[in-house]
Design a protein around this ligand. Structure first.
Ligand SMILES: Nc1ncnc2c1ncn2[C@@H]1O[C@H](COP(=O)(O)OP(=O)(O)OP(=O)(O)O)[C@@H](O)[C@H]1O
Ligand SMILES: [Mg+2]
Length: 361
């Protein structure tokens, strides 16, 4: 097993800067999820670690070895792609044994490793089948198996579940995580799905435009997003945001309504650049009531739509041009109310510099 250290990594394709000074440490046995929107540089990062791309600048270490100049074969990593092409004419056994035969391992060792891995993945009964005789999830497990039999030091996975249907994806998500912990292999896992990242990662590395935005455990990313981009990317429904001016009397002025804040928050807000602040609050963190709250800190909003999801209801509320999403329990009675009251509890408010996007509090 091994750690992976990426130092000051730059990857350019002509004028395109795919990765811009990436610094990332993946600890031994850790499961790090590289998360970010399409084109942010996730696959490029994996390919650089795997040795499938030359780096423009910077260093990549696997264990204590600088691997920049090593061939993919010498790096002792295994990569599983989104489109995991199994060999259609080979049985499951043969698919898994093939990379080991290529590496000229003794026949007995091959049989031992394939047996062990297929047991781990619970595909033993399928060993004589061809890929066309397998379900999507089974095929996915064979693809994982084919990578695992090589007993790599580092496992690299690029959206390995994205071809599966929603239900199977949830199932495989849990299985993969368990498997990774059982074998304890250092893993970098790429996805653009924030739920996958939240549920699977020891730490999330969130990228945007080739730049690392935050690298932290899932709950820290969720509760303390480093900037506005991170706040908007993680969480469902997405976090609510309002651009506000900081007024003299210590409130945040969103135009249609005003938000009273604590002294601490005010001090943070006043440290923002001249452009003011962005206030963000998660839909789960907004208390809502049919009557105005007693403290006189409520904001009245028009009920725009309601979306019942079974376990929760999402309310879309409106004040002028501002839309606010709020999550309430299934028992919340909107009834015939056309107007509801919300509050913005100061401990739940995230503040960002409207100019730079950086977190202020
Ligand atoms: N071979 C290439 N030549 C030129 N530009 C490339 C090449 N490969 C990737 N890029 C560019 O580098 C950037 C990062 O691409 P990358 O494939 O790493 O994104 P990604 O985060 O994996 O996105 P997705 O979620 O869509 O897979 C993109 O702007 C992409 O267009
Ligand atoms: Mg990609």
């Amino acid at each position: 097993m091994a750690r992976v250290a990426i130092r000051e990594l730059i990857k350019r394709y002509g004028d395109v800067v795919a990765i811009d000074r990436l610094n990332l440490e993946v600890k031994d046995r850790e499961f790090v999820v590289l998360l970010g929107p399409s084109g942010c540089g996730k696959t490029t990062t994996l390919r650089c670690v795997a040795g499938l791309e030359d780096v423009t600048e910077g260093e990549i270490y696997i264990g204590d070895r600088l691997v920049n100049r090593l061939d993919p074969k010498e790096r002792n990593v295994a990569m599983v792609f989104q489109s995991y092409a199994l060999y259609p004419h080979m049985t499951v056994f043969k698919n898994m044994a093939f990379p080991l035969e290529n590496a000229r391992l003794p026949r007995q060792e091959i049989a031992k490793r394939v047996a062990r891995t297929s047991k781990l993945l619970q595909i033993e009964p399928l060993m004589d089948r061809k890929p066309s005789q397998l379900s999507g999830g089974q095929r996915q497990r064979v693809a994982l198996g084919r990578a695992l039999v090589r007993e790599p030091q580092v496992f690299l996975m690029d959206e390995p579940l994205s071809n599966l249907d929603a239900k199977l994806r949830v199932h495989m998500r849990a299985e993969l995580k368990k498997l990774q912990k059982d074998i304890g292999v250092t893993t970098i896992y790429v996805t653009h799905d924030q739920v996958e990242a939240m549920t699977m990662a020891d730490r999330i590395a969130l990228m945007e435009g080739g730049v690392l935005q935050q690298h932290a455990p899932p709950m820290e990313v969720y509760e303390h997003p480093a900037n506005r981009f991170v706040a908007g990317f993680v969480g469902s429904p997405p976090i609510n945001m309002f651009d506000c001016d900081v007024s003299e009397d210590g409130v945040l002025d969103a135009g249609e309504f005003r938000i009273a804040i604590s002294k601490d928050l005010l001090a943070a807000a006043q440290s923002a650049s001249s452009k003011g602040v962005t206030v963000a609050i998660r839909p789960q963190d907004v208390p809502v009531s049919r009557d105005p709250p007693r403290e006189n800190d409520g904001v009245g909003m028009e009920v725009y739509t309601t979306e019942p999801l079974g376990d929760v209801v999402i309310l879309d509320l409106k004040a002028g041009d501002h839309l606010l999403k709020v999550v309430v329990g299934p028992d919340f009675q909107v009834g015939d109310a056309s107007r509801l009251w919300v509050r913005f509890p100061p401990p739940k408010i995230h503040l960002f510099d409207r100019g730079t996007g950086r977190a202020l509090a």
